[in-house]
Design a protein around this ligand. Structure first.
Ligand SMILES: [Zn+2]
Length: 424
């Protein structure tokens, strides 16, 4: 009995030393887990919820990427010396990425100005990047599309619009973005919209503007349900999370957020919301940004694994995924420095005793289930004869700063002006 206990102790202590390596001895042990991790990612697509590479194309190339070779960006400038250049085709392949939601993000400074135009430009550059690299990427818009691309060895490429400011408070624009291929919208970025509050409003000293979603904000949720567009609650305030979870009939996502209990940044998801996500059937895709992992200036792949374990413990293993935020952030964890290193994270979880079936869920099966759930809600709403929602945001909901760039929504008003100005 005593011998058994000693052996058990030895096994446990040896197990413990096999996490992400810090010495050559540990490296040899870790390699076994890496092999297994790679095999898991050969079986199921690793689906990452958020990568800001498209914004790098604007930042470094003004979206003039017709002649840009993105196979290896480790040696060409300005990519090579950028601390937020984590993505190219060679490294995506090394990292065994199976599908990627590419972020169509434009800054909150564009709100009430040219947000819609610039978002369309970002969606355009994603389409062009995919079309220019047909051996690597395939543009997909459905859960089945992700699986089909993966079975052909392609990285299924999807569009996520990051920030409700990108639709200019117009359901018509939302629908057109869906038609351009957008399959999620983050309800806010780091600014409130006229219909929803953002996460910074939960920071000490700040006060909510709308106390969550306005009635029009809830209509945006309903229209996204009708379209089959995923509702992304990264970047929103806690009350917006609650309102959206209450309103949505489809499972929701957090495309790139980690656990608030381990790092108390308002960009992360608190435990009470994690429990609601479990009830909703949604998924929280863990962000790798060190500021959201350790709340400090450095972090490790083990700490990212801690966030995955925490979300799994609170919400269940069916409700956690991966949303790296690569290329959007400057500081990435040791062991997860760029897109080539995802297998380290899965190896770390294997070393902790995780079952391969659970790693498959975290890698992509959870997101596929959520996506199919949203598609099923869409199909049911079509079958029930639900028509596109066509109300406008009330003029009284719009702030004064939005007015200089608007001619108003009432056609009667516009018609009156046109009649006055007509010289015929
Ligand atoms: Zn973000």
């Amino acid at each position: 009995m005593k011998l058994c206990a000693i052996v058990l102790c030895l096994v446990l202590s040896t197990e413990k030393s096999w996490s992400y390596p810090s010495s050559r001895f540990e490296e040899a042990a870790f390699e076994k887990y890496l092999e297994k991790a790679r095999a898991v990612l050969d079986r199921v697509p690793l689906i990452d919820g958020h990568n800001d590479f498209p914004y790098s194309l604007r930042r470094y190339k003004d979206n003039q990427v017709g002649n840009l070779d993105i196979n290896d960006l480790t040696t060409s400038q300005p990519w090579a010396s950028s601390s937020s250049s984590h993505t190219d085709i060679n490294r995506l392949r090394q990292g065994k990425v199976g599908a990627q939601f590419w972020s169509a993000w434009v800054s909150c400074t564009t709100q009430y100005k040219d947000a819609i135009l610039k978002t369309w430009e970002q969606i355009d550059v994603i389409h062009r990047m995919v079309d220019a690299n047909p051996d690597t990427f395939e543009f997909v818009t459905s859960a089945q599309g992700i699986e089909d691309a993966f079975s052909q060895g392609k990285i299924g490429s999807l569009v996520g619009v990051e920030g409700g400011h990108s639709i200019g408070s117009s359901l018509a624009v939302l629908r057109m973005m869906y038609d351009m291929g957008a399959r999620y919208m983050t309800m806010t970025h780091s600014c409130a919209t006229p219909w929803g509050d953002n996460s910074q409003l939960d920071d000490p000293g700040n006060v909510p503007i709308h106390d969550g979603l306005t009635p029009f904000g809830k209509t945006v949720v309903a229209e996204m349900n009708r379209l089959g567009m995923l509702i992304d609650l990264s970047h929103v305030s806690r009350k917006t999370m609650r309102d959206a979870l209450e309103t949505s009939t489809a499972p929701v996502i957090f495309s790139h957020s980690s656990a608030y209990a381990l790092c108390n940044d308002t960009r992360n998801v608190p435990d009470d919301i994690l429990q609601l996500v479990a009830q909703n059937g949604g998924v929280v895709m863990v962000n790798f940004f060190v500021s959201y992992i350790s709340c400090g200036l450095t972090a490790t792949v083990q700490q990212v694994a801690d966030h995955i374990e925490h979300i799994s413990n609170v919400a269940g293993v069916d409700h956690v995924g991966i949303g790296s935020d690569f290329n959007g952030v400057a500081r990435t964890p040791e062991g997860l420095k760029d897109v080539s290193e995802y297998p380290n994270l899965f190896a770390e979880l294997l070393a902790r005793g995780w079952a391969e079936i659970d790693l498959e869920k975290v890698a992509g099966l959870n997101l596929l289930r959520v996506f199919r759930g949203a598609e099923a809600v869409r199909d049911q709403m079509v079958a029930d004869g639900v028509k596109p929602f066509d109300e406008w945001i009330p003029q009284t909901d719009l702030p004064a700063e939005s007015l200089p760039c608007s001619t108003g929504q009432s056609m009667l008003h516009t018609y009156f002006l046109e009649t006055l100005m007509s010289t015929d």
